[in-house]
Design a binder for this molecule. Structure first.
Ligand SMILES: [Zn+2]
Length: 1033
């Protein structure tokens, strides 16, 4: 999947088990009793692969058992457990009235006139009775039975608590993950969507094999109304069965009185109906307005990660691969698409037509199944024997050419690169009018947002870069993800890190003019910014809840994943080694599921170096964060040391993490060509390196291919600053950008004074490289926005002057004509946008005049694509032009332009309009709800907007999580946008109070931790730099 608006944020897991575990400390006897599995033959018997249970189950198990058949021994234990569950008062009274033989009560015969001796004896007797009562109270009842209590067996697995199904019967499974005893082999799905009333009916026939003896089949289904279910074992006849449902885990189950035996085959058939989803997942309805103003409806699917179960009952986990045969019944006016080519079309009696697709010739995970019912048209071509087609709504057919050419070229490239041919006969790329993610890699039927697939003739090369990147990402998934799939969502990075890495790698190879290098570099910087927080998580992280599955779709899985692959590739001694390793991996695990170590092992096998890749890479994949490398020098000795780079650093959070760092470096005698690069592996905390004493300066992390930040110490920074002030081209643009990124990060951490940052920027005052200029502007704008949100108007004015003094001449030198070079377009768009945002007069004038010409030409004139954002943003500040833009938004068919118009509209400073646009995008009628994260992000750039947006998400939280799942990328973006510019204690308290009150509705999200950590950081930076900023700027 491509996330598209990649402002991802990553968050730390909350210790959810802590509360549940602490419950047991109060009543250890209950736990011990319940832990003793031999005491209860809880229904049903454990399958061999079902041995790990959480302790939370045991307490409830005791109560739940009353609903099962038990033999006498169990009855005894159960009653004692029940006894222990009762209140002290009840129990002591019951003991008294039963006058148990074990409690001897002294007869009160002489107590009417007691002597002193009798009094003493009575008191003693009473004490003994009281003590005995207490001892008996704490002893379990089974002690008093014939067989006594069974021995506690601490090593036995804990029994689960089985929850109640919706019909009140006990549901035979208590885990989020399905049992491994049944394996699906094939699915036959027949679906009849009704696009008039937005419902569908389905028949799912699932053939399975039994892997371990079991008395149950458990699978997933969500919001499906199952009307009939039958079961067939081997060659036997089909029999009706009762389907139990446990809604909180979206699971259904069938129980059997006789065990199904290992090796048997069986078939479950479900008849069901459901509503088409009104959100962006499952089998959902989408609509658009055609060129005649008519509303057209369609239905499409988005199953990753957990939504196939909303379209058909299934074993909805990536490791349950199976084949699929799909039929869709439709009205003759629609067409349908699915993963496989259409096999036949048959008219049905009810006026509908049935499209049957070929059975998949590959086993695939449920999240990759897809179908579309719509009215699309297509263009096709053939690439290495595969039919490639691009589908879109009819009026956008002309916008499909670039995508078709790019997809064909990329398919050929990957076929050759991976040395494994794409296994399906066809590959469809479909632009869906209402689609939340950037794109989804469904095998053979890749779905996209219109913006990420369609381009018209006038599109700029920056827009081509977006489309080509998304296609390259999705096609890489056909191998990484579809052919070889992660076993579970904890290793999502194996899909997404790889697809992200291949996206840049492939385009640099086959479309070098798209110049994706700068994009990849800044993506790595952003990944570091996120991973520097304590709330980050390891690339390969534990995932136990649906929200945690959603949260894995973040910049750590995608961008850090891609970054560590780049680092590994760059550190291998021979050029082709990395490629050989991944081919080996794909071939070894073709059609199967893998874990992170499988990849490292494949790479180690082909590696020529003595170093174990697994050993090196596990320090990067299994630990969160990344290292800060500190360099100091004494003559010819360079001392390198490492520590975790943590923005909120304190000794408790740092721990003793070490990385196996492939350090690269260049020096003043040779610093540009790749041959200048030298390598050194830093494995321990501190190591020394020898360099000739004549070396004036060292630059570590050549071209920033490593995932670490470097602090050169005072002397080192000064040496680099001096060298750059004489000649900035002594380093590659990537290295210059890397210095800028690193020094800002160190200042944010509190490690170097901001003064040092400014002296580096001053030394680079003649900088014109795209990557370094863009990085400097991004960092300065970030600080400027923080100052603005604190209403530090004096400092905001100084910062504006600083930026304009520093980059003013470069800004003024930009032409406003069409520009061919993509790198220059990137530079210009960044400079011009900053100038206009800062209200620089000549920029505003030029933007206004360009918009006027555009209007006067009745919108036929072409504004250069890279300048559009600045022009629309300036135009949107005027009352009339805002309205013009809104009309243009509703009429234009160019989606890239449409999005820039929308960002322009959302940048208004008019409070009424801010409120309107937020509401309109939540409502979805004029502005698609898929754009809400983008709108909130843009609105938050302005001072008024960021306050409104924060109110807006608090008021509308429930509606937001109805549209976008808790933990999803959209929600991550919304939280980050609305909170990341706060820097006061008051805002920290507000944010903390709001999210902690959400409870199940999002309080445990990692993004909440990240938001709080970011506010603390901003506050700290402001407090230590505000005063000094006035002096330095
Ligand atoms: Zn992806």
């Amino acid at each position: 999947m491509d996330l598209f608006d990649s402002n991802a944020a990553e968050r730390a897991n909350l210790p959810r088990n802590m509360i549940e575990n602490s419950m047991f400390e109060e009543e250890p006897d209950v736990v011990d009793l319940a832990k003793d599995s031999s005491a209860f033959s809880a229904f049903p018997t454990l399958d061999p692969d079902e041995v790990a249970y959480e302790p939370r189950s045991s307490r409830l198990l005791v109560r739940g058992l009353g609903e099962n058949d038990m033999d006498d021994d169990e009855e005894d234990c159960e009653s004692s457990a029940r006894l222990l569950g009762m209140s002290f008062m009840n129990r002591s009274s019951s003991h008294r009235s039963n006058s148990s033989p074990y409690i001897r009560q002294s007869p009160p015969r002489t107590c009417s006139r007691p002597s002193a001796r009798t009094m003493v004896v009575c008191v003693l007797v009473l004490v003994i009775v009281a003590s005995l009562t207490m001892v008996l109270y704490f002893l379990p009842g089974c002690i008093f039975t014939r067989d006594g209590c069974p021995k506690a067996n601490k090593t036995a697995p804990l029994e689960p608590v089985y929850p109640n199904s919706t019909n009140g019967e006990l549901f035979p499974w208590a885990e989020l993950r399905l049992p491994r005893s049944i394996r699906p082999l094939s699915y036959e799905l027949t679906l009849t969507p009704n696009l008039d009333n937005m419902t569908f009916t389905g028949i799912a026939v699932i053939e399975m094999s039994v892997s371990h003896n079991t008395k149950r089949i458990v699978l997933h289904a969500a919001n499906l109304n199952i009307t009939k279910a039958t079961f067939k074992l081997g060659d036997g006849g089909a029999q009706d069965v009762t389907v139990l449902e446990y809604k909180p885990r979206q699971q259904i189950a069938v129980k059997f009185s006789e065990e199904l035996k290992t090796g048997q085959h069986c078939v479950l058939t479900f008849d069901y109906s459901a509503n088409l989803s009104h959100t962006y997942d499952g089998f959902y309805n989408s609509s658009y307005t055609d060129k005649d103003g008519n509303k057209r409806v369609l239905a499409a699917t988005q199953f990753e990660p957990l939504s196939a179960r909303k379209a058909f009952p299934c074993f909805d986990e990536p490791s349950f691969k199976a084949t699929f045969l799909i039929r869709i019944n439709r009205k003759p006016t629609y067409m349908t698409l699915s993963n496989m080519p259409q096999a036949k079309t048959t008219p049905l009696r009810n006026g509908l037509v049935q499209d049957e697709f070929e059975k998949t010739n590959v086993n695939m995970s449920t999240y990759l199944v897809a179908f579309v019912v719509a009215n699309f048209t297509s263009v096709s071509s053939t690439a290495s024997g595969t039919k490639v087609s691009v589908y879109a709504v009819p009026e956008k057919k002309e916008q499909t050419d670039f995508a078709l050419a790019a997809a064909s070229k990329l398919l050929q490239f990957y076929n050759e690169f991976f040395e494994i041919k794409y296994p399906l006969k066809k590959l469809d790329l479909v632009a869906i009018p209402d689609f939340l993610a950037g794109a989804m890699e469904n095998w053979g039927l890749v779905t996209f947002r219109e913006t990420t697939l369609l381009l018209d003739n006038s599109s700029s090369s920056l827009e081509k870069q977006v489309v080509a990147s998304v296609i390259a990402h999705e096609l890489a998934h056909q191998w990484f993800g579809n052919l070889v799939t992660m076993s579970w969502w904890n290793d999502l990075w194996l899909n997404e890190g790889f697809a992200t890495y291949m996206e840049y790698m492939s385009l640099q190879e086959i479309m070098p003019d798209l110049d994706t290098g700068n994009l990849f570099l800044s993506m790595r910087f952003r990944a570091m910014d996120k991973d520097a927080l304590n709330s980050s998580h390891p690339v390969s992280a534990e995932v136990n809840t649906p929200e945690q599955v959603e949260e894995m779709f973040d910049s750590v899985s995608y961008e850090k994943g891609a970054s560590i692959l780049l680092m590994l590739n760059a550190s291998l001694p021979k050029e082709q080694e990395f490629k050989k390793g991944i081919i080996q991996y794909l071939k070894t695990f073709s059609g199967l599921n893998t874990e992170t170590n499988d990849l490292w092992n494949s790479l180690t096998q082909v590696s020529s170096q003595s170093q174990n890749i697994s050993e090196m890479m596990s320090t990067w994949a299994s630990q969160k964060g990344f290292p800060l490398v500190t360099m100091s020098r004494k003559g010819d000795k360079v001392i390198l040391s490492q520590e975790p780079f943590l923005l909120t650093s304190d000794s408790t959070t740092k721990g003793s993490r070490l990385w196996n760092i492939p350090i690269t470096y260049v020096n003043d005698s040779c610093s540009l060509a790749s041959e200048c690069r030298q390598m050194f592996t830093l494995k321990s905390k501190t190591e020394n390196l020898k360099v000739p004493e004549s070396v004036q300066w060292l630059k570590l992390n050549y071209k920033n291919t490593g995932f670490y930040i470097v602090d050169y110490g005072n002397d080192g920074w000064n040496a680099l600053t001096d060298a750059l002030s004489n000649n900035s081209t002594i380093l590659t643009p990537e290295d210059r950008a890397s210095l800028i990124h690193n020094i800002f990060a160190l200042s944010r951490m509190g490690r170097v004074p901001f003064e040092q940052v400014l002296s580096l920027l001053n030394a680079m005052s003649n900088e014109t490289g795209t990557a370094p200029v863009k990085e400097a502007l991004l960092q300065l704008n970030r600080i400027n926005r923080l100052l603005d949100k604190r209403q530090e108007s004096g400092l905001v004015a100084r910062m504006k002057t600083y930026i304009l003094n520093h980059f003013g001449s470069l800004m003024k030198n930009q032409s406003w004509e069409e520009e061919q070079s993509l790198s220059k377009q990137e530079l210009r768009s960044s400079l011009v946008f900053t100038a206009c945002i800062l209200n620089e007069e000549s920029c505003i004038d030029k933007a206004k005049s360009l918009f006027k010409q555009y209007k006067d030409s009745n919108f036929t004139m072409k504004i250069p694509g890279d300048l559009q954002q600045a022009v629309f943003t300036v135009a949107a500040q005027s009352e009339d032009d805002w309205k013009t833009l809104l009309t243009l938004y509703t009429t234009t068919s160019n989606d890239a332009e449409k999005r820039k118009i929308l960002k322009g509209l959302a940048s208004t400073q008019d409070p009424r309009r801010i409120v309107w646009i937020l509401k309109a995008s939540l409502n979805g009628a004029i502005i698609q709800t898929q754009e809400l994260p983008l709108i909130i992000n843009t609105v938050c750039n302005g001072f008024i907007g960021h306050l409104f947006a924060w109110d807006f998400i608090q008021i509308n939280w429930d509606r937001l999580i109805e549209k976008f799942p808790v933990g999803s990328f959209a929600i991550q973006t919304i939280i980050k946008s609305t909170t990341s510019q706060f820097s006061t204690q008051a805002h920290f308290d507000q944010v903390q109070a709001f999210f902690s009150n959400l409870k199940q509705r999002g309080s445990q999200m990692r993004s909440v931790q990240e938001a709080l950590e970011t506010i603390r950081l901003n506050k700290r930076w402001m407090e230590s730099n505000l005063q000094a900023l006035g002096k330095w700027l």
